[in-house]
Design a protein around this ligand. Structure first.
Ligand code: 26W
Length: 822
């Protein structure tokens, strides 16, 4: 076909895939089919898919505007989307992806390889960011009008490289290195965000005080949109990310005086605002730039909401019927204060009316109880950066403490405890309390977590407003974590059930009969083996290490943190290794232990854990006495795409946090949905997973949250535990001997010292006996491959409640009060 015969616009649709791809290659990229590289095919396809989505997106927006439905604004400093191409292609319900696959094959390319050309946009740290992405997927699939708001970091989470010494090194990686066809810059949508300056108060003609924020330093927030398709749904929503730009990008007077750096200094400052994601996922650094990022995101997003609202011709008093805001942890909590400022100062709404409206609009999700993770900002920093906001916070606090005093007269200690301002040490603003006070609903992310949240960090608030506290257990996007990640299993399910499960995971229940069908079990096991072979190839590629796909694939993938207890896993690996080389385990089940995850660059202990895992791995993997019986593999640079390969290949899912510390976990759900059995503590959503799969189909061990509290109170002494377990003792001694770290003994001893220190906060070794016993049960079951497969299937088919569609429906019904548009 000659290119001149192409019609003017070829939408990607069944029957026209070839023409659409060729059209974009030639017209958009200026490449001939013969000269096109794999990357060119990726680009051409990405452009064509995005254009097809754009049509649905415009239709969605028209419907939303016309129907005046309430929109949900999901405010989050993190969104871990993962790759877009296959997600978008498989959202079309007409077999489009099959035709794309065939067409690419006819050009000599494979869709999966083409898709791997895409950089993972790593605009998040871990669970909280990935949850936001799963929620956007569900919101679109269920047909809710929703916008994600966040920051377009030039540099997302760092790339993790493991050095020759086994240690993590952080390498900057820009997801924008290659042109990103999924985002569209919207130069026309930009708002001024102000910082610094001071407040002036004047009186209006009625004698009321008016506040003005003046002499500010201003920055533009420019919008970039990423389209979010719903699965087999006409809805396409968007994620709007803000990027910083200078108001005066180039100062010609400075330039004319030869001050070249000064001429562009403003632009550099503005762009630095959104340069990089903070890579800490639990310890706020209290850095001014982070507070600036938070305000920048919040201010631009609220201005955007108000602009849309007014453009729709609706009055400001209708705002709470038009919008619901969900705060993804406290990071965007300034939205409460900024909304008050806009309503009171700019729209001249009375204080108490504005406060009521703000509270009805905002909801707050808490994702962690770790005290060190609760954000507070120095009052002095606020004063400098956001003087008007500090005044507003003081006013909110005055009103609130008055109400507290009215209910609890003369309880001064309660006033001190509940104040928005912490007065011990330097004065700081407590963002979690601000979020609670400014929201009509506060939710935790799993039943246990929501209960502990009410009983611990927010006890005073839950006593005051019991009805405001609620739970919404997390969930995962079935499309990414089963349909796309595990196409073999997905097809098997669809063959038996039809494809309704994609948008209604509870439908899997109808397949429970298959558990007892030998043919189904056989096919499930064959698919799992294929997935394991694929991961084995990746492991060989990454680590130059061969692993046996028939071995038990034992997986712990998540951020590295002491409370997640990767060290408990590692200690047990060492115990197994010592059993093997001492000929004490003739019938040990062969295992491939897979660990992956990033450590915050400043979290020294977490980085020591990574280094130690790699050093232990080197010794075990090269010991000829071990052979296939045990391999330890630390997979570098864990991200969404690697997760999509690991989840479907796992046999065992390690969810072994100290009870009471993991708010929910979502990897636990992904692994179980892909037919891994869980070995886990009674923590976070593990408890609800146990209830769903049945306690005979999960390996539960260790102390409960209550027992953890008691044990800490009693005074925990690890030495005592070790004395009573000879195998554990031997493992500790082996570490201390330097066997694994011959070049630097301290690489072992510092970790051992931590594990053995009195009162060790995460009680790692306290759960060791019970963990090892549970691992024995794992081995025993794995020897019976058919029974293991049966239980794996039961796990997968019981995951109905853990779809993020279910979570989103709960948010919609109980928190946002919204209806779907379709
Ligand atoms: C900068 C300080 C900071 C940054 C991030 C403090 C806390 C966080 C997050 C709350 C950490 C996080 O990702 N929490 C995880 O959220 C998931 C989604 O709800 C839960 O499944 C995980 O259990 C929780 O650790």
């Amino acid at each position: 076909m000659s290119t001149s015969s192409l019609p003017s616009s070829i939408t990607l649709r069944p029957g026209a895939v070839r023409d659409a791809i060729v059209d974009r290659l030639v017209r958009s990229l200026g490449k001939s089919v013969a000269g096109a590289t794999r990357r060119d095919f990726y680009d051409a396809l990405a452009i064509a898919v995005r254009e097809a989505l754009a049509e649905r997106w415009i239709a969605t927006r028209t419907r939303v505007t016309q129907a005046h439905v309430k929109r949900i604004c999901y405010l989050s400093m993190e969104f871990l989307l993962g790759r877009s191409l296959i997600n978008a292609l498989s959202s079309f319900d007409d077999g489009l992806i099959d035709e794309v696959r065939e067409t690419l094959l006819s050009f000599g390319h494979n869709l999966e390889e083409i898709a791997a050309e895409e950089e993972d946009p790593g605009l998040g740290n871990g669970g909280l960011g990935r949850l936001a992405a799963c929620f956007l997927d569900s919101l679109a699939t269920l047909g809710y009008a929703a916008t994600g708001y966040g920051i377009r970091y030039d540099y997302g989470i760092f790339m993790q490289v493991i050095g020759d010494d086994g240690a993590q090194r952080e390498v900057a990686s820009s997801w924008l290195g290659m042109h990103n066809f999924w985002e569209s810059g919207r130069g026309g949508i930009r708002y001024l965000v102000r910082f610094g300056g001071h407040c002036k108060s004047t009186r209006d003609d009625k004698g009321r005080v008016q506040y003005e924020w003046v002499d500010t330093h201003d920055v533009w927030a420019v919008a970039y949109d990423l389209l979010i398709p719903g699965n087999r749904s006409p809805t396409v929503n968007h994620l709007r990310l803000w990027s910083g730009r200078a108001v005066t990008p180039f100062k010609i007077e400075e330039f004319n005086h030869g001050n070249y750096a000064a001429a562009v200094a403003d632009q550099i400052d503005a762009k630095n605002l959104t340069r990089v994601l903070y890579p800490d996922d639990s310890t706020p650094q209290g850095k001014e730039l982070r507070l600036r990022q938070q305000y920048f995101c919040v201010s631009a997003s609220l201005q955007d909401m108000l602009a849309q609202h007014l453009a729709d011709g609706r009055g400001i008093d209708e705002l709470e019927r038009a919008f619901a805001i969900q705060l993804n942890d406290t990071h965007p909590a300034l939205a409460i204060v900024e909304l008050m400022r806009l309503l009171v100062d700019d729209y001249h709404i009375g204080w108490s009316g504005a406060w009521q409206m703000t509270r009805r609009i905002c909801g707050y999700t808490n994702h962690t109880l770790l005290p060190e993770a609760l954000e507070t900002w120095p009052v002095a920093m606020f004063e400098r950066l956001l003087p008007r906001h500090l005044q507003i916070i003081y006013q909110i606090n005055r009103d609130f403490l008055e109400a507290v005093s009215a209910k609890y007269p003369s309880d001064m200690d309660r006033r001190r405890r509940m104040s928005l301002i912490a007065e011990d040490g330097d004065r700081r603003v407590r963002m979690a309390y601000l979020s609670v006070i400014g929201s009509h609903k506060i939710n935790g992310v799993a039943k246990l977590h929501s209960r502990l949240m009410r009983e611990t960090i927010f006890a005073d608030f839950a006593e005051l407003w019991p009805d405001r506290f609620t739970n919404v257990t997390n969930g995962i996007a079935v499309r990414r974590w089963l349909k796309q990640a595990n196409p073999g299993f997905a097809q098997l399910i669809t063959e038996k059930l039809g494809s309704a499960w994609e948008n209604d995971l509870e439908d899997l229940e109808r397949l429970k009969w298959a558990v007892d069908d030998p043919e189904f079990r056989q096919r499930f096991r064959a698919i799992k083996l294929e997935n394991k072979k694929r991961l084995a190839k990746t492991i060989e590629l990454l680590l130059n290490q061969k692993v046996n796909p028939e071995a038990l694939f034992d997986v712990q993938v998540k951020r590295i943190h002491e409370y997640k207890r990767q060290l408990l896993n590692l200690m047990y690996v060492i115990v197994r290794y010592l059993r093997i080389i001492n000929n004490e385990a003739p019938d040990a089940v062969p295992r491939v232990v897979i660990i992956a995850g990033k450590a915050a660059p400043g979290y020294w202990m977490a980085k020591s854990v990574i280094k130690l895992v790699n050093n232990v791995a080197r010794v075990i993997n090269s010991d000829p006495r071990v052979g296939d019986k045990l391999k330890l593999c630390f997979l570098p640079d864990y991200d969404v795409s690697l997760a999509q390969e690991i989840m479907p290949a796992a046999d065992l899912s390690q969810q072994i946090s100290t009870a009471g510390m993991e708010a929910s976990g979502t990897g636990n759900m992904k692994l179980s949905l892909n037919g891994a059995l869980t070995i886990g503590t009674l923590d976070g959503a593990n408890i609800e997973i146990r209830d769903a799969v049945g306690e005979e189909h999960i390996f539960i061990f260790g102390m409960t949250a209550e027992q953890v509290t008691q044990r800490r109170a009693q005074g925990y002494s690890p030495a005592h535990v070790v004395e009573n377990n000879p195998e554990l003792k031997r493992a500790i001694e082996t570490l201390d001997s330097g066997l694994f770290t011959p070049d630097n003994l301290a690489d072992s001893t510092t970790v051992v010292d931590r594990l053995m220190s009195d009162g060790e906060h995460f009680l790692v070794l306290a759960d060791f006996d019970s963990y090892a016993a549970a691992q024995d049960r794992v081995d025993a079951l794995f020897r019976d491959q058919d029974e293991w497969g049966r239980q794996a299937i039961i796990n997968a088919l019981s995951m109905g409640p853990f779809s993020s569609d279910r979570s989103i429906r709960e948010y919609a019904d109980n928190i946002w009060g919204i209806k779907p548009v379709i």
